[in-house]
Design a protein around this ligand. Structure first.
Ligand SMILES: *[C@@H]1O[C@H](CO)[C@@H](O)[C@H](O)[C@H]1NC(C)=O
Ligand SMILES: *[C@@H]1O[C@H](CO)[C@@H](O)[C@H](O)[C@H]1NC(C)=O
Ligand SMILES: *[C@@H]1O[C@H](CO)[C@@H](O)[C@H](O)[C@H]1NC(C)=O
Ligand SMILES: *[C@@H]1O[C@H](CO)[C@@H](O)[C@H](O)[C@H]1NC(C)=O
Length: 443
């Protein structure tokens, strides 16, 4: 039997932990999270309204999409001990009621900055030397608004090989989509738009573009690996039933999906269906009513058996490549391929995923064997904790979009992540308004 390469596990003879680095940093208002030994976690900025994705330019300057603040620039510096700090924090594009809820990225040549709101995809001319945008934003895509106040993320990406294509995700209204839509292709998709042909006033999201993937229920983030393949995280549903019965709290699985390569030259292809709204990932197979196919982790089950069967889920939709514990709420995924992999050569090609949900509040690493996940799709153990919330905290008490009660407490709530060319990790925590840096070595 071939041994799986669990990079972080192999790195650590014994599974210990450390907390925040001893570097000078803004005070933390909650119990410090834990990090694997051998790495240092330092907060460099706080006071953000709601920081989500984080992009990095060719000079290593950060731009954070923060709902309420806008697109906010952060410059970092490292002292003689390697301790990080933020030296500049400045609004690059003010929110002005636009609601920059999630996505921010640069063009391949760093001359344009892209961001999304619940309704629009926009871009600006960008000057990294001045650390500023020039002129007003150009609307690339419009017509993305949904009524569901929780469905406000519009993840975006630009393929490295096709710098003139923009991929944009939009979910459907919610999980109450009728059975009639179970097999339609208009739900929860990633579409491709050609940036060279943007019409006056922008594309219409519903009418225009080419579907790259559909049935990706809530793909809050997707990203490209070193081999030109895209991978996405997908958040499982909260209130669904099967044969009129509860599916339990430990179903459906959250997912890592293999989305594949963008091939614009191949003409009209039928885009792959990732299952939503009919098919959902199995986590606890014994909690599923009428599981006659004995579906297990790595497979999907139907919630509309009359019109789309368990069997059709297996043959007509793409299963998750990796299943994740239900309600982890994976919100960010990035591959570790920096120029200098400061966090460790053994992490190269692996993916880091931020978990935001009531069973999450951490960052995990997913080891890859070059092109694919090291663990098989049938495992429940394809991830390794990298940064996690102190076990003394009851995660159900943590503040989130769905837990806003007066008793809710602050917990690390990671969303966006990126790496600089030196291999350091930067990530946001939206509920606490913070940005952190992870470096190698104990400080
Ligand atoms: C931004 O969000 C606020 C609060 O949810 C809302 O009132 C406002 O209409 C939104 N702005 C736009 C342009 O949608
Ligand atoms: C969806 O349906 C469930 C059950 O009928 C209901 O409780 C819930 O409020 C609905 N949600 C929305 C967003 O309409
Ligand atoms: C799986 O579901 C069954 C049936 O609901 C339940 O008894 C069992 O505790 C669950 N297993 C786990 C590991 O939670
Ligand atoms: C269980 O599934 C089988 C095959 O899909 C179906 O024929 C049967 O009616 C289902 N049982 C119930 C109780 O719904």
């Amino acid at each position: 039997m071939r041994l799986l390469k669990f990079a972080l596990g192999a790195l650590l003879p014994s599974y210990g932990f450390s907390q925040l680095s001893s570097c000078p940093q803004p005070e933390l208002r909650y119990t410090p999270p834990r990090i694997l030994p051998g790495f240092s976690l330092t907060k460099i900025a706080d006071g953000f309204a709601h920081p989500r994705q984080i992009a990095i330019d060719r000079r290593g300057q950060l731009v954070v999409a923060s709902l309420g603040d806008g697109l906010v620039g952060l410059k970092t510096a490292y002292d003689a001990n390697g301790c990080p700090s933020a030296t500049t924090k400045r609004v690059i594009v003010p929110d002005d009621g636009m609601n920059f809820t999630h996505s921010v990225l640069f063009s391949r040549d760093y001359k344009r900055l892209y961001a999304s709101t619940p309704d629009l995809a926009l871009s600006w001319e960008y000057d990294s030397r001045l650390f500023k945008v020039k002129g007003t934003g150009k609307v690339l895509i419009k017509g993305m608004a949904l009524k569901n106040p929780l469905a406000i993320t519009r993840a975006m990406a630009i393929p490295k090989r096709y710098p003139n294509l923009l991929l944009v995700f939009r979910s459907s209204e919610g999980d109450n989509d009728t059975a009639a839509s179970a097999i339609s292709t208009g739900r929860s998709m990633i579409k491709i738009f050609d940036l060279r042909k943007v019409p006056e006033g922008g594309y219409d999201y519903v009418r225009d573009g080419v579907v790259f993937a559909h049935g990706v229920r809530d793909s809050v983030d997707f990203t490209e690996d070193r081999y030109r393949n895209f991978w996405g995280v997908d958040n499982g549903a909260d209130v669904i039933t099967r044969y009129g019965e509860s599916i339990g709290m430990d179903n459906p699985a959250d997912e890592v999906n293999f989305l594949g390569e963008v091939c614009p030259d191949e003409g009209a292809m039928t885009p792959p269906n990732y299952g939503f709204p009919a098919c959902h990932g199995v986590w606890n197979s014994s909690a599923l009513a009428n599981n006659t196919l004995n579906l297990q982790v790595g497979q999907t089950f139907t919630i509309y058996p009359q019109i789309f069967t368990d069997q059709q889920c297996q043959t007509e939709t793409v299963p998750p490549r990796l299943s994740i514990f239900p309600h982890s709420a994976p919100l960010g995924i990035r591959f570790y391929n920096p120029h200098h992999p400061d966090l460790g050569d053994e992490l190269v090609d692996s993916a880091f995923i931020t978990y935001h949900g009531p069973t999450g509040h951490k960052i995990v690493n997913v080891p890859f064997n070059r092109r694919t996940v090291a663990a098989p799709p049938t495992t429940k153990q394809g991830t390794t904790d990298f940064i996690w919330t102190d076990p003394s905290i009851n995660l159900a008490d943590c503040k989130s979009e769905i837990n806003v009660g007066p008793t809710a407490i602050e917990c690390l709530s990671p969303v966006g992540l990126t790496f600089d060319e030196a291999g350091r990790m930067y990530f946001t925590s939206d509920q606490t308004g913070e940005v952190f840096v992870v470096t190698r070595g104990s400080k």
